[in-house]
Design a binder for this molecule. Structure first.
Ligand SMILES: [Zn+2]
Ligand SMILES: [Zn+2]
Length: 107
């Protein structure tokens, strides 16, 4: 599963991914920030805390990207976001981004 195009709209705080299979995913940046897959944001993946529960700091995080350049492609398998709150650790692989697509069809 790979994106054809990644569109960042810093005015509406949305990221749109147009996938090669024709599907389009539209994510609110805050939704993406809180879904950050890194160990700091999802400690339960490392066996810490309650499964599936992110720390307060993540649940309350507001996702914001200042510029289109705050999004980088990582080795052809994922995307890294340079959030305005300084958090940049998470690499969102394409499969994960597709799984968390918030559209009616995917939910
Ligand atoms: Zn994170
Ligand atoms: Zn979808």
């Amino acid at each position: 599963m790979k994106p054809k195009q990644v569109l960042v709209d810093v005015d509406t705080n949305q990221v749109q991914i147009n996938w090669l299979d024709g599907h389009a995913s539209i994510y609110a940046m805050t939704y993406l920030r809180r879904a950050c897959p890194c160990a700091e944001c999802q400690p339960w993946k490392e066996g810490v805390g309650e499964v599936g529960v992110a720390p307060e700091s993540v649940l309350n995080a507001v996702g914001e990207l200042k510029a289109v350049s705050d999004v980088s492609m990582v080795g052809g398998y994922g995307i890294q976001f340079h959030w305005a709150d300084g958090h940049t650790y998470g690499i969102y692989d394409f499969g994960y981004l597709r799984v968390i697509c918030p559209c009616d069809e995917c939910r």
